[in-house]
Every structure is written in structure tokens, then in C-alpha cells.
Design a protein around this ligand. Structure first.
Ligand code: 1HN
Length: 368
């Protein structure tokens, strides 16, 4: 095999100030590197070690009305079942070469299930959650526990729990799926296993067994209260999230502490067994802005996806402003300035990979 000639980049580096004159010996040296699959650091250092992060991902907004239209078309045209497993349509960040990744670590998709359909049971090491923008009538059955999905609910499927969904209603339902697929893919740590093709327990309780056991404020069952890597609560209900946000803002009005900044309430979904994030790789939060509030610009290490839950406003990300409304999704790359401005009251769901960076002591955050 004849070695490829030095790439234009390498030739440019060879001609750079401080480099020796380009002789035939020097060319032989670089040919040798290439043939032996070696790369000298001095041609790469700027790219490998920028002064601050230069993420490949690009800020991007996906519009909910288009996602829902296309998901409904898929609902008419594409069956759901074993093999394909889910009628889920992923956001592909324009900076990530066409991969179905919203960010380098996070997967975000709209999933669509027709009346009477079953998404088959399976399990995988990837951690997953659902967030429901609209509709109801689907139960996700997690390790045999039927969990109702309703507007505003945040539902967990931590890694290696069997799960399947079925639509018991007479209307289609769609929702947001978030998973750590890109992270698991890059790390080579994914395992997958099939379960039954349909959900066995087709009962339709209003709340799951997991909530009956775990979702009482400040109370753990004594049997099993030791710290767990993922939250045992399968569903965080909108009525609780909404009440927590409302009370932060009422307390602010009464002159008490609790909000992030004036007119900006926020809650983090937490694991009741240790107070940490709901899953080892993903953080999830709900934010509420009063009309007219503009959040202080913030940038942090790690990436995020936001979904507008309710209201209208503007997102300014990486210096670009865009109007956003209910259901719209925004990908935020690492170390990219972000601010929201609420035209009406604005409720925002967000998820991030922050737990990964905090565990590695690689987290950083700046506000302006
Ligand atoms: C999955 O199991 C779900 O359970 C959603 O709803 C999206 C994407 C890739 C692999 C498995 C779900 C998924 C997924």
C-alpha cells in the first residue's frame, strides 16, 4: 500500500513558524507517522486542547407542530412492533454528522402510539424518561408496574428495567423520550434484551405501585430506604410539580427565599433515596418564568435539551434569538450562553447530562 501524501493540514503545519524546513527527510518522518497510524501532538494541540470548549453540536430549535405532523404521518404509515421496537423519531443535531443525537450525550425523540397499539417489552442499559406535553391514555408498564401517562408528567425508565407501552384510549398519543443513548454508544457500554411482544398487565390504575410506595413527601418506606443509583419513583405528577413552582413564586411575593432569580422558579426531579438526580447520567428540571422575566445568561459544561411546556417567549442561545412556543425543543451545546425571555408566563422542561460531569469533577458554570 502506498502511503497517502501528507494532508494539506499537515503541510500547513510543516510550513508554520517554528517548524524546521520541509526537507525530504521531514516528509519521510510524516509518511512514517501516517503509515504506522501515529499522530504527532504538535499538529493537533489547538484542536485537542482549546482554551475553552469548542463543541461540535450546534444550538438548534425543532418545532413541535412539524414534529407532531410527521409523527402522525409515521403513525399512519409505519407499524410499531418487535425489531423496530418504538415509533420514535429522534432529533439529529446539525453539528453531529447526521447521527440521531440531540447532543453528544443526549437522545431526544417524539414517540407516537395509536389507539390499541403496543410498543413491545424490552430492557436496555440506557437510562430513559418520558415527558408528556399533551394527551393521555397510554400506560407505560415498568417491570410489571402500570404507569399512567398524562400531561405534565415526568416518567422514569432507569437502565435495565423491562418496559413496554400500550395505548388504551381512542386517540393517538405522543410524548418526548429522553435517553442517554449517545453517551452509552460512545462508551461502548450498551446491552439490550427482548421481553414479551405485548404488555401482560393491562390494568389502568391512576397511579403506579411505585408512587404508592415512594411518592409521599419526605417519607421513605423503611424496608428499602438505602441509597439507590436511580429514583424508584416511576412518575412525577404535574400536580406536584405545578404546586412546587407556584409556591416558590408565592413565597417570593411574600418576601421569602426559594426562587432561582426574581420571577424564575425552578425544581429538580430528585431521587428520594439520596437527594441526587433521578438517574446516574441525566438531570431533569422544570422552570417557570413570570411574564416579562429575562433570565441571566448562563453557560455550563455539559449539554442540555429544553422543551417549552407552556407559554411563549424567546430563547437566546449562542447569541441568536428565536421565538418559541409550546412543544418546541431546543438543543444547548456545552459551554454555550443561554437565556430565556418570557413573553407570557413560560413553563420549561429541561434535561441535561450534568450528573456525568459532576461525578467526574469536570463541571463548570458561569453566569453573566
Ligand atoms: C426505547 O426503548 C424507548 O422505551 C424510546 O419508549 C426510545 C430509542 C432507542 C432505543 C430504545 C421507549 C428508544 C428506545
Amino acid at each position: 500500500m502506498t502511503p497517502a501524501p501528507p494532508s494539506p493540514v499537515v503541510l500547513e503545519v510543516l510550513d508554520a513558524p517554528g517548524q524546521p524546513p520541509v526537507t525530504s527527510e521531514l516528509r519521510d518522518l510524516y509518511d512514517g507517522f501516517e503509515r504506522e497510524l501515529l499522530v504527532p501532538l504538535w499538529t493537533e494541540i489547538g484542536e485537542l486542547m482549546p482554551l475553552s470548549p469548542t463543541p461540535a453540536a450546534i444550538p438548534h430549535v425543532w418545532r413541535w407542530n412539524r414534529l407532531r405532523e410527521l409523527a402522525a404521518m409515521a403513525g399512519d404509515l409505519v407499524p410499531v412492533g418487535r425489531g423496530g421496537e418504538r415509533r420514535a423519531i429522534a432529533l439529529a443535531n446539525p453539528g453531529l454528522g447526521g447521527a440521531p443525537f440531540a447532543t453528544p450525550t443526549l437522545w431526544a425523540a417524539i414517540q407516537y402510539l395509536n389507539p390499541g397499539e403496543d410498543a413491545p417489552v424490552h430492557r436496555h442499559t440506557q437510562n430513559a424518561f418520558r415527558f408528556v406535553l399533551e394527551g393521555e391514555g397510554v400506560w407505560t408498564v415498568v417491570d410489571g408496574d402500570p404507569v399512567a401517562m398524562r400531561r405534565g408528567d415526568f416518567l422514569l425508565t432507569p437502565g435495565w428495567h423491562f418496559h413496554g407501552h400500550h395505548n388504551q384510549s381512542s386517540t393517538p398519543m405522543s410524548w418526548l423520550d429522553g435517553l442517554d443513548i449517545p453517551f452509552v454508544h460512545a462508551m461502548g457500554s450498551g446491552f439490550f434484551e427482548d421481553g414479551p411482544e405485548t404488555v401482560a398487565d393491562r390494568s389502568t390504575p391512576r397511579i403506579s405501585r411505585s408512587e404508592r410506595l415512594w411518592a409521599h413527601p419526605g417519607l421513605l418506606p423503611v424496608a428499602g430506604s438505602q441509597s439507590r443509583p436511580s429514583s424508584p419513583i416511576a412518575a412525577y405528577r404535574w400536580e406536584h410539580t405545578d404546586a412546587a413552582l407556584t409556591q416558590q413564586l408565592v413565597l417570593e411575593e411574600e418576601g421569602h427565599a426559594g426562587v432561582v432569580e426574581p420571577g424564575h422558579a425552578a425544581v429538580r426531579f430528585s431521587n428520594p433515596t439520596n437527594g441526587g438526580d433521578v438517574m446516574p447520567t441525566m438531570r431533569a428540571e422544570m422552570h417557570r418564568l413570570l411574564a416579562g422575566v429575562r433570565t441571566a445568561p448562563v453557560r455550563e459544561v455539559g449539554s442540555a435539551v429544553w422543551q417549552i411546556f407552556d407559554g411563549e417567549g424567546t430563547v437566546e442561545v449562542g447569541g441568536q434569538a428565536q421565538q418559541v412556543g409550546p412543544g418546541d425543543l431546543v438543543a444547548i451545546p456545552s459551554w454555550t450562553w443561554l437565556s430565556f425571555e418570557a413573553a407570557s408566563g413560560l413553563d420549561l422542561f429541561r434535561f441535561t447530562d450534568a450528573p456525568i460531569f459532576e461525578r467526574l469533577h469536570a463541571d463548570r458554570r458561569e453566569t453573566r
